[in-house]
Ligand binder design. Sequence first.
Ligand SMILES: [Fe+2]
Ligand SMILES: [Fe+2]
Length: 389
Amino acid sequence: MENYFSINADYLPEDYSLEFPIFINSSVSKVTHFVKVVAPGTSLSRDQISSFVKKYSQLYLLEEDRHKFLDLAMKSKKLTTAQGVGLIQQNVGQHFSSMSNSENDPKLLAQLVDDCGQMVTHLVDVVETSKSLDDIKNLITQLSFHDHYTFDHSLNVSMYSIAFYKHLYPFIDKRELVLTGLSGLLHDLGKLFVSTAVINKPGDLSSEEFKIIQTHPTKGKEIFTKLIPMLGKEVDWNTVMEVMYQHHENYDGKGYPLGLKNEKINERAKICMLADIFDALTTKRSYNEAMTTEKALEIMYTLVGKKIDPQLFQRYANFASKPVNFKNANLSQTLDGNFDPSTPFNVLGLKPWDAKDAPILEKKSVLGKVHFREEEHSRSPINSRKKSA
Ligand SMILES: [Fe+2]
Ligand SMILES: [Fe+2]
């Protein structure tokens, strides 16, 4: 049976030869029936589009034409940033649900992962101009990404990662931003194949359940290793896989799965971790109100030198639009070791913070907003780092 999805007709370009047919839903009682009202190759005027909407209220496309519609809609000059991200969000949601059903169909899974490359290319176009963490955070709030489900969370992490990477490397090639965004989007891929009963369990997790959650980086890597030969060659999928595998490694070497230390952890995996924690703290969850940017940065500051790389954190904190004076901040809580950023129905693992655990940063960096010399970080990583083959 064919699958259909509804579209916002405002995103259809006028006087443009459409590559796909358009349908209306004429289902009667329980019998589903879609009728083609526009054939491929048709051009519609704005008046025709409006009269269609008036007459039928909702227009539909075939699921297989989703990408063509997204490509076309993203080219529409009328789209606001929020509408653009909203469209991508619909696609990500649909792709993630198809991915979670395709573990035994590697060809389909590879196709869906390849499609994510296209989506992230559009995403880079809409978010790379974001000037601060709060630009992205406001966008996420505006789109009312309700809860902390894996696909919403993954899209958020992707957006924060792209924007922060652009802040670190202002003159970076677009391909590198797409790679960063893809790494963020797919970082929790392994979770799609871990028992949903555990992932979505409300309340505290037992140590066995926590161990199951902790398998997701390895699970993601296992799946991806088989997938890479089937994927398009224009993306450095090995880096995407490395981020997937390393995004729970800690700066101090106490993370998982390998316990890698600072310099052994891929920079994009560290960025992914920052975005992962920031999103978990600032998104409204079932049992927690969303934190402000400042509060979230204060909590993250307590993890500097443990989970979090001090240098990257300084850059991340500077990326917030309001400077945080960590010296005078009310540092009273920190995240406990059992915290995992993407367990949607869990209470955030916060515990009292002990001042004797104060992070050791350079003196100037604890006195508020610090200006770093841009040239240190704005070199292109294409030239400055060896790329994994
Ligand atoms: Fe994760
Ligand atoms: Fe995550």
